[in-house]
Design a protein around this ligand. Structure first.
Ligand SMILES: [Fe+2]
Length: 297
C-alpha cells in the first residue's frame, strides 16, 4: 500500500497511512515522512501496536535517541525510552508523573520539549500503550500563527532578545518547579539556558514564538515587570493560536504513534481531564538535537 498523507484540516497535523512501523522505512518513505513533518509539524500513525524495542527503532530513523532528564521514568531495558504514565510502579495514581507536560488549563501548558537544554531535541515521538476511556488528549498549536498574532510593537521590542529556561529550582515558575521536583540534585543544579524569544524553523525559516509558559522564566535584559508583561502577551498569542478552529488534538487510541516537531513552530500540551482512576501509559522517545535559530527578520 502506498504512503498516503491526510492533513487534519487544522493549522497543523496529518495522518500518515500505508506504512508498517514495525519494519524499517525505505529511503523514499523516510524522505516523504520527513517532508510531511516539515509541512504539517505533527504526524500520527494509527493502530499499529509496537513493542518498546520496535518503537525505539522506528523513532531512531529520524535522529539519534537522547536519554530524557527524568531518569525516574526511564524504561528499565531501553533507557532511551521514557514512560509518560499516571501510575507508579505499584499501580497507584502518581500526580507528579501525570502532570508532566500536562496542565489543568491549556493556556499555562503550551510548550515545546527540552527547552531547558542548550540544544533542544529535534522531535518527540510517543506511542500509546494504555489510554483512558475518554479525555487525556494531546493538543497542538502553531507557534507560527501565534507570531502572526503578535502586535508589531511587541515584535519589534523582542527582536533579537533571549528568554531564559530552567526546569526545577525555579521560583519564577511554579509549574516548572513542581515538574522538576523529581530530578536528581545534579540535574536540578543545571545552568539556566537561553533561547531566542522569536525563533525561525531551521528548514522553513518561518518565524515563531519560542518562549513558553510551562518552562520559561524571564526575558533576559528586561526589568521583571516588562518581561512579565511581554511574556503574558506572548502566551495570549500562543493560546489564541490554540483556539478551537486552529488547534489539532490527538485523541489517543492504543497503538497510536505520534511524532511532533521540536525545532520551533509547534506548541503542545496535554489535557488532565480523564476519569479519575483510569490508567494512561505511553512510551516516549526524544529524538536528535537542533539548535534554536534566532529569527533573522
Ligand atoms: Fe511536552
Amino acid at each position: 500500500m502506498a504512503l498516503e498523507i491526510v492533513p487534519s484540516g487544522k493549522d497543523i497535523g496529518a495522518e500518515i497511512r500505508g506504512l508498517k512501523l514495525a519494519e524499517p522505512l525505505t529511503a523514499a518513505d523516510l524522505t516523504a515522512v520527513e517532508n510531511a513533518f516539515v509541512a504539517h509539524q505533527v504526524l500520527v500513525f494509527r493502530d499499529q501496536p509496537l513493542s518498546p524495542r520496535k518503537f525505539a527503532d522506528f523513532s531512531a530513523q529520524f535522529g539519534h535517541l537522547q536519554r530524557h532528564i527524568q531518569k525516574k521514568y526511564w524504561h528499565p531495558e531501553i533507557p532511551e525510552l521514557v514512560f509518560n504514565r499516571n501510575v507508579d510502579d505499584e499501580g497507584n495514581f502518581d500526580d507528579l508523573a501525570a502532570r508532566r507536560g500536562v496542565t489543568d488549563d491549556l493556556r499555562t501548558g503550551w510548550h515545546s520539549d527540552t527547552t531547558y537544554d542548550e540544544i533542544p531535541a529535534k522531535a518527540t515521538s510517543v506511542h500509546a500503550l494504555e489510554v483512558p476511556s475518554t479525555g487525556g488528549n494531546t493538543c497542538f498549536a502553531s507557534a507560527h500563527r501565534a507570531y502572526e498574532l503578535l502586535p508589531e510593537t511587541i515584535r519589534q521590542r523582542v527582536a533579537g532578545l533571549q528568554v531564559e529556561f530552567q526546569l526545577g529550582n525555579n521560583p519564577r515558575n511554579k509549574t516548572a518547579n513542581y515538574l522538576g521536583s523529581n530530578l536528581t540534585d545534579e540535574d536540578k543544579a543545571r545552568d539556566t539556558v537561553c533561547h531566542p524569544v522569536i525563533c525561525q524553523h531551521p528548514v522553513s525559516k518561518k518565524p515563531a514564538i519560542y518562549a513558553n509558559p510551562l518552562i520559561a522564566l524571564r526575558i533576559r535584559g528586561l526589568e521583571d515587570a516588562e518581561s512579565d508583561e511581554i511574556l503574558e502577551t506572548l502566551y495570549d498569542c500562543l493560546h489564541a493560536a490554540g483556539a478551537d478552529e486552529y488547534r489539532w488534538e490527538q485523541e489517543w487510541q492504543v497503538g497510536d504513534t505520534v511524532i511532533w516537531e521540536n525545532r520551533g513552530g509547534l506548541m503542545h500540551t496535554g489535557r488532565l481531564d480523564y476519569p479519575e482512576g483510569e490508567r494512561r501509559i505511553m512510551i516516549r522517545c526524544t529524538i536528535g538535537n537542533s539548535p534554536i535559530e534566532t529569527y533573522q527578520g
